[in-house]
Design a protein around this ligand. Structure first.
Ligand code: HEM
Length: 528
């Protein structure tokens, strides 16, 4: 054999070997793939998958047709194609918990890129790993329980009263906007010492309305779209925050009697070594996280408590069936609720305590905590969160492939009839029953604030805000819907008409309509 022939033969053999090797690898991969036991489901349309059906607006107190249909067809864990990615959807409380507890190990937070574009790449919602941990520590420090008791609670009461006092009896107004005013003013003050009613605060509030519409819209970035407008608002908001930072540098943080140092901005500037870009994203996203969710929750509580006659009748029946106390049988939900708040006012009076509400008063709002838990269960402000699998994971015999999107859907658990009897019913008493009350905040089937290492950093603050606002609302007003409205999931929860209500004053003694006495005036002139 000549040298050339030898070379050709060796090359041919090498080529055949490579081909065989590649075929073997391909076959092995195929075999491995074949062996995967993916949850049942379907992929829908190319690229779009089933996203449009999944996001189709529906009543916030239901799981919507898509989830209902998929759960009944495939079970509580199913496969789909959502947000342009192969996805595992979970309505299974065990898997939801497993996903959240294994953050950073098996799963990782993974919101659509458009969210990062609008909230910023340093926003806590999109950060992972060490940087997330550091930013989280700053937020937790700032909302520590000591701070909550001493600094935040009085601020919460002050801002709640400011809004409630401005309500005009008899004329309809939008309760959702009022709740937003309350939570936004509180956050703006707490984060940057911005005072309510001042032109710069009002401008910032307006920018946030546009900003919010973009956060929840399709990420189409061309002139005129909601997303494009929101990006513009983002720039304006960042300019305001930047101006505030410059002012701090100029005044040394001492303007306003030293109170500024006690806000989040002052704290971050002094105690952290974050860059300007990081501070801007942190402040912007905390302002966002801190006022949107809690204002919707307050609006939901107002809506549920206004209630429908059947709910009240049902609740009456429930009380009759579940209490030995004869007197209790005549109370309906709002009366129960109001009685608790009147009791707090009376006890303070008896003690000669003329100051505003304190932590002990807050701790006495036991039934209010049930109302809050029930509002968050039924209203599902955050219906699901975005995660992705970091490696192949096996759960209950199903395979979740590495890189796949994973959506733990809290709403589907909260509205699951096998876990919560009569789940569509607003029934705060369910939290009082054995096994529920202790777990009202931490129960394994209850996750309105998420869980694991990314548990909502503001969950305690949110509950204080809701409780204090409801306390003064219940003491002062009765209310009714001025027009029919209902919470819809877009999937963010919103009242299409803004929840128009009409208020009337209540007598603080008997809790009936009484036009001549305003309890806000009575209570606040004495204790505020
Ligand atoms: C009722 C009102 C609220 C609800 C239902 C709620 C719900 C949630 C949920 C479900 C998460 C987890 C997101 C995820 O895992 O991907 C979260 C995270 C967060 N929330 Fe809230 N939230 C509320 C109020 C607040 C308030 C008042 C603040 C105060 C600033 C706040 C600050 C945050 C922050 C900073 C995070 C990110 C935590 C992290 O990634 O470590 N939230 N919230």
């Amino acid at each position: 054999m000549s040298g050339v022939e030898e070379l050709l033969t060796s090359l041919t053999l090498a080529l055949v070997a490579i081909c065989l090797y590649l075929r073997l690898v391909k076959w092995k991969r195929k075999k491995k793939k074949k062996k995967k036991n993916l949850p049942p489901g379907c992929g829908g349309w190319p690229f779009l998958g089933e996203t449009l059906a999944y996001l189709k607006p529906h009543s916030a107190t239901s799981i919507g047709q898509f989830m209902e249909h998929h759960i009944s067809r495939f079970g509580k864990i199913y496969r789909s194609n959502l947000f342009g990615e192969p996805t595992i959807v979970s309505a299974d409380p065990g898997l939801n918990r497993f996903i959240l507890q294994n953050e950073g190990r098996l799963f990782e937070c993974s919101y659509p890129r458009s969210i990062g574009g609008i909230l910023g790449k340093w926003s806590m919602l999109v950060l992972v790993g060490d940087m997330h941990r550091d930013m989280r520590m700053i937020s937790l420090n700032f909302m520590s329980s000591t701070r909550l008791r001493t600094r935040l609670l009085p601020e919460v009461e002050h801002h709640a009263l400011l809004v409630l006092r401005s309500w005009e009896e008899g004329s309809p107004f939008l309760a959702q906007e009022e709740a937003k005013k309350f939570t936004f003013n509180l956050m703006a003050k707490h984060i940057m010492s911005m005072e309510p009613g001042k032109p710069e605060t009002e401008k910032l509030k307006r920018e946030y309305v546009t900003f919010m519409k973009g956060v929840v819209s399709a990420p189409l970035n061309f002139p005129g779209t909601a997303y494009w407008k929101a990006l513009k608002s983002r720039s304006s908001i960042l300019k305001v925050i930047e101006r505030k930072i410059e002012e701090r540098f100029q005044t040394g943080g001492n303007e306003g009697g030293g109170t500024q140092e006690d806000d989040l901005l002052g704290w971050v500037l002094k105690q952290s070594n974050l860059s300007m870009e990081q501070i801007l994203d942190l402040v912007l996203s905390l302002l966002f996280a801190g006022h949107e969710t809690s204002s919707v929750s307050i609006a939901l509580a107002i809506y549920f408590l206004a209630g429908c006659p059947e709910a009240v009748r049902e609740l009456k029946k429930h009380v009759r069936n579940h209490t030995d106390d004869e007197a209790m049988q005549f109370h309906v939900l709002n009366e129960w609720f109001q009685a608790e708040h009147l009791q707090i006012v009376r006890s303070k009076k008896q003690r000669g305590d003329q100051a505003g509400l304190n932590w002990e008063d807050y701790r006495q709002m036991e039934f209010t905590q049930f109302v809050i838990s029930e509002t968050l269960r039924l209203g599902n402000v955050v219906r699901f969160v975005h995660r992705k699998a970091l490696r192949d994971v096996r759960y209950k015999g199903y395979d979740i492939p590495s890189g796949w999107k994973v959506l733990p859907v809290f709403a589907a658990v909260h509205l699951d009839p096998s876990l919560y009897g009569d789940p569509q019913q607003f029934n705060p008493w369910r939290w009082q029953q054995k096994g529920c009350s202790g777990g009202a905040t931490m129960g394994s089937n209850y996750m309105p604030f998420g869980g694991g290492p990314r548990l909502c950093a503001g969950s305690e603050l949110a509950k204080v805000e809701m409780a204090i606002f409801l306390h003064h609302l219940m003491l002062s007003y009765g209310w009714e819907l001025a027009e029919p409205d209902q919470p819809l999931a877009f999937p963010f929860v919103d009242f299409p008409k803004g929840l128009p209500i009409r208020t009337f004053h209540l007598s603080p003694v008997c809790g009936v309509r009484k036009l001549s006495l305003c309890c806000v005036c009575v209570v606040t002139s004495k204790w505020a």
